[in-house]
Design a protein around this ligand. Structure first.
Ligand code: GAP
Length: 516
């Protein structure tokens, strides 16, 4: 099935099974804003807990914070967001559609990469086990030609972005004959800058209202609390502050469901280090964060780093962790070495010292910062798109049937077990209810007695419940139940008293944290 179709089905599935709804749907929705339904909110909470525990529980030198969304407007002047948090936008005069000029160019660059991947895959099929990918990439003329074009374009693009040269960005689009995907024409306007911050007013007009911004990242709340946390927590460099919270960006082009939203959530950690040690810590956090992703078991080949060639003026290293979404490899998380830029800016704009006295060195300095920054919603999309599977099943009569199953890691699954009486009589519902009453303190359980048992299994597969427990007449005699495993559909008979241990092992977050 085409990847576009898979993605459309995934979006429909999220809505049909209570994961994600378009915001304000009865009023025809609000562009790039979404609501999380009864299962979506559970999955989101589990993702956040996995991240939070991996930061705050596993690292003695990382503590949490929950700073306000509204902050003093000067913070955004100091951070550079008022002057420079812009995207270059361009309009197509025929379709009247608006695009990010940099994204149009990036998508064009990705086409070269696709061509190279196709050549590699073709050769792999042809040569089988004797295929040497490295050698092929270094010698095949078509691969080399595409790579050369890509490198040349990349260099020109990076130069234009670093210099904020809007005319040159437009020229790159023209020279590469990039067309509007809707009208198919090259009738482009000039490239203009567009600030992504939402603003509102604080205070009544009578008092004299102040323009304030909705934060476009949670990180600045951490920077301005750096000294509060360091002093009250008696933290010693190196140490980190972790925060999960909403962020808002007036994205020009909001697309691909919850991939790019106007209201979203971030999980950010700022790690404060001695100047000079930052690149070592940058490498450390790259490794740790990649391990965190891979521990979920979606396949190591589905992740890669994308090291930045165009660095923000305050960074001396940056990389993205990219995941293979149904629409290609895209950024899920950014890891940035932000130098001492942010703390120094706040020092200058607030007039307050943002220094740390290092008892070992016997001197004060402004620490350098490594940031890890991941979007909760984007992580949610990663998890759900990796989990969504359609399987062909052979029935006993020889015909086939399709099973839609969310192969969610058990620790992240919204419902851990469904408890089902085979029939709604003979005391079976009461036994099922008692099991739920017993286990619900530890696991999110669901009691389900509607429809045939087969339909109930399918419903639970579709929401990704890893375990279904069925109570039948044998249960009355010997206190055993059937446990059905979502992924293999295998069933086995176990004692009711064993259920807690069987399920605990797989669904509790510490099991996953121990892999890190
Ligand atoms: N403090 C650094 C920072 O905000 P960023 O690369 O702009 O860096 C970090 O954002 C992460 O936040 C991204 O990797 C992505 O997962 C998420 N993110 C950014 N913009 C988003 C949007 N419009 N919708 C959903 N997630 C977004």
């Amino acid at each position: 099935m085409a990847q576009d179709d898979v993605f459309k089905k995934l979006v429909a599935h999220c809505k049909e099974y209570g994961y994600v709804f378009p915001s304000s749907e009865i009023y025809d929705g609000l562009s790039a804003v979404y609501d999380y339904g009864q299962y979506g909110v559970e999955l989101k909470n589990n993702i956040k807990k996995y991240w939070w525990d991996s930061m705050v529980l596993l690292n003695e030198n990382i503590v949490g914070l929950d700073s306000a969304i509204f902050m003093h407007p000067t913070i955004w002047k100091a951070s550079g967001h008022v002057d420079a948090f812009n995207d270059p936008l361009i309009d197509n005069r025929d379709s009247k559609k608006r695009y990010r000029a940099d994204v149009l160019i990036e998508e064009h660059l990705a086409k070269f990469e696709d061509k190279i991947s196709k050549e590699v895959e073709k050769a792999r099929e042809k040569f089988g086990t004797t295929f040497d990918e490295k050698k092929f990439r270094e010698t095949n003329p078509r691969v080399l030609a595409n790579q050369a074009k890509m490198d040349e374009l990349n260099a020109r693009f990076a130069k234009a972005m670093n210099a904020t040269d809007l005319e040159e960005l437009r020229q790159i689009i023209i020279d590469n004959e990039i067309v509007c995907p809707i009208s198919g024409t090259r009738n482009w306007t000039e490239v203009r800058q567009f600030n992504l911050m939402f603003s509102t007013e604080m205070g009544s007009t009578a008092e004299g209202a102040n323009k304030i911004f909705l934060r476009p990242e949670t990180a600045q709340g951490i920077f301005v609390n750096f000294l509060n946390v360091q002093k009250t927590g008696r933290m010693k460099v190196p140490f980190g502050i972790a925060q999960i919270g909403k962020a808002f960006r007036n994205e020009i082009v909001a697309r691909q469901f919850i991939f790019r939203m106007r209201e979203f959530e971030q999980m950010e950690m700022q790690f404060f280090v001695q100047p000079g040690s930052e690149l070592e810590w940058f490498r450390h956090w790259k490794e740790i964060r990649m391990k965190w992703h891979k521990a979920l078991g979606f396949g190591d080949d589905n992740y890669r780093f994308h090291d930045h060639t165009k660095l923000a003026h305050y960074a001396n290293a940056a990389t993205d962790i990219e995941f293979r979404f149904p629409f290609g490899f895209k950024e899920v998380e950014g890891i940035h070495s932000r130098t001492d830029f942010d703390l120094k800016q706040h020092q200058q704009y607030s007039g307050k010292k943002m220094q740390y006295f290092d008892p070992e060195k016997g001197e004060s300095y402004v620490p350098y910062v490594i940031e890890t920054s991941i979007g909760v919603d984007r992580m949610f999309l990663q998890v759900i798109s990796a989990a969504y599977t359609e399987e062909e099943l052979k029935k006993e009569d020889g015909t086939t049937d399709t099973r839609v199953v969310l192969r969610l890691p058990s620790v992240l699954a919204p419902v851990k077990l469904a408890v089902m009486p085979l029939v709604k009589k003979d005391g079976l519902p009461e036994i099922a209810e008692n099991i739920v009453k017993e286990l619900r303190f530890e696991f999110n359980c669901q009691y389900d007695d509607k429809d045939s048992i087969g339909r109930r299994y399918r419903r639970q597969d579709a929401i990704g419940t890893p375990y279904c427990i069925t109570i039948d007449h044998q249960t009355i005699d010997d206190n055993t139940v059937t446990i059905r495993y979502r992924d293999s559909m295998d069933q086995e008979r176990v004692r009711i008293s064993e259920l807690r241990d069987i399920i605990s092992e797989k669904v509790k977050i510490p099991g996953l944290l121990k892999k890190l």
